[in-house]
Every structure is written in structure tokens, then in C-alpha cells.
Design a protein around this ligand. Structure first.
Ligand code: SF4
Ligand code: SF4
Ligand code: FES
Length: 239
């Protein structure tokens, strides 16, 4: 079949502003959007820029706006999309070129919640043990691939530059509820401040956008409950 693809192109080194470019591509209905991008770059325009790595929904590098929704190019099939298929870079980040955006502001907020195990106690002779039930407590939030589809689809992210965003909350949840970690209070303190979990309006865009099916709002609610349970004081209002 022939597929009509419209891509929002922009090369800051030579373009004054972004513009739409249309391609007609031979494809199978079972092809992924990532396959279309490869065909376009290999057969139509070698200057097209996009990110990919794993090609199988694991690395999180090909998040983009596909027909108006945040999705992974490698997990979205041609047969599930109306034509013309429109492809835009994730919104809210500086465009480096075409579909490639500068993710550093996203990762800076991710780092704010200390997304790594913290435990200064002397390690046991073997590993730090955990029961299956304790592991299950944060299983859902271990699935995040940092694609930024949730954060860049969040209405609060659009209006509040200090909002940490759902991906950072998911990362925090993964460690706050890990029985081996000892820095939950510090993380919850950060999440209780302005820009943290109390600034979320529960619009559920993040749940819809997540290609890993993570229940992001459940994680946010559990973090709020942990704060309200008295672990730390909260100050979600500015000033
Ligand atoms: S539920 Fe909260 S974090 Fe998720 S999209 Fe809505 S406002 Fe953003
Ligand atoms: S929570 Fe889901 S949408 Fe958000 S960064 Fe992680 S995998 Fe992507
Ligand atoms: S290429 Fe890795 S998630 Fe799509």
C-alpha cells in the first residue's frame, strides 16, 4: 500500500521556522512508523533526523507526536493510523533537528528525585534481600523507559516550568517504595514542594500516553498519601 506521511521538519542551521514536508511511501499495514521513517531516510531524503535504538519499545528514544498523540514510533503500526500520518517532535523541548529534541531539561528533573538506590548501611555478606511482596510494591514503576511521552503530554508541564512531571514522579515512586532504600523522606520532601505531586491536576493524560501501561496517576496518589501520612510537610503553593 501507499502511505501518505507528513513530517514537521526543522533544521535550525538553515530554516527560519518549521515546515511540513509530505512523503508517499510504500509500506505494509503491519509496518511500524519507525519503518516508515527508515524508508523515507533511505529512499527519499537522507537528511531526515530521528532517534531510535532498540526498535522494540525498550530504550525510549523514539517518542514523538504521531497523529497528534505522544507515542513510540517503534510501537505504532501503520494499520492503526488514519492517513495522512503526521509526525512531529515531542512538544515543549528545543528541536535539535526534525524529530530530535533536546531532552536535557527532562533528565534534569528526573535527576532531582535521586533516581538511584541510597543506603549507607553496611552491606550484608551477600545481596540486600527483599521478599516477593516487597518487590511487588514498586513493580509497575520499574517499567519506565524515560520516553517523556507522559511529561510532554501533561497540561501542568505546559504552564508550570517548575513542575517535575509524571516521569520524575514515576522514578521517585520506584525508589520511595523500595524496602532496601533509605532516602524516601528526602525524596518525599522534594515531591511535597512547589512543582511536586500536589501540583498535578489528575488530568490522566500521562496514563493515556504511557507506552508501558504504567498506572502513573496511581503512583502519584501513593506518593501524595506517603507525604500526607506525615512523612514530611508539604508546600505546593508558591511563596
Ligand atoms: S495526572 Fe498529573 S502528571 Fe499526569 S498528565 Fe495529569 S496533571 Fe500531568
Ligand atoms: S512513565 Fe511511561 S510515558 Fe512516562 S517516561 Fe516512563 S515509560 Fe514514558
Ligand atoms: S526505538 Fe527503542 S523504544 Fe522505540
Amino acid at each position: 500500500m501507499q502511505v501518505q506521511v507528513r513530517i514537521l521538519r526543522f533544521d535550525p542551521e538553515k530554516d527560519g521556522q518549521p515546515y511540513w514536508q509530505e512523503f508517499r511511501v510504500d509500506a505494509d499495514p503491519s509496518d511500524r512508523v519507525l519503518d516508515l521513517l527508515h524508508t523515507i531516510r533511505d529512499e527519499h531524503d537522507g537528511t531526515l533526523a530521528f532517534r531510535r535504538s532498540c526498535g522494540h519499545g525498550i530504550c525510549g528514544s523514539d517518542g514523538m507526536v504521531i497523529n497528534g498523540k505522544n507515542r513510540l514510533a517503534c510501537k505504532t503500526l501503520v494499520k492503526d493510523l488514519k492517513q495522512p500520518i503526521t509526525l512531529e517532535p515531542l512538544r515543549g523541548f528545543r528541536v535539535i533537528k526534525d524529530l530530535v529534541v533536546d531532552m536535557e531539561p527532562f533528565f534534569a528533573k528526573y535527576r532531582r528525585v535521586m533516581p538511584y538506590l541510597i543506603n549507607d548501611e553496611p552491606p550484608p555478606e551477600k545481596e540486600r534481600l527483599q521478599s516477593p511482596e516487597e518487590r511487588e510494591r514498586y513493580d509497575d514503576t520499574t517499567k519506565c523507559i524515560l520516553c517523556a511521552c507522559c511529561t510532554t503530554g501533561c497540561p501542568v508541564f505546559w504552564v508550570n516550568s517548575e513542575f517535575l512531571g509524571p516521569a520524575a514522579f514515576v522514578a521517585a515512586h520506584r525508589f520511595v517504595f523500595d524496602s532496601r532504600d533509605r532516602a524516601a523522606i528526602e525524596r518525599l520532601q522534594i515531591l511535597a514542594e512547589y512543582g511536586g505531586v500536589f501540583n498535578c491536576h489528575m488530568a490522566f493524560n500521562c496514563v493515556d500516553a504511557c507506552p508501558r501501561g504504567i498506572n502513573v496517576t496511581k503512583a502519584i496518589l501513593e506518593l501524595r498519601q506517603a507525604i500526607l501520612g506525615g512523612a514530611v510537610s508539604s508546600s505546593p503553593e508558591r511563596g
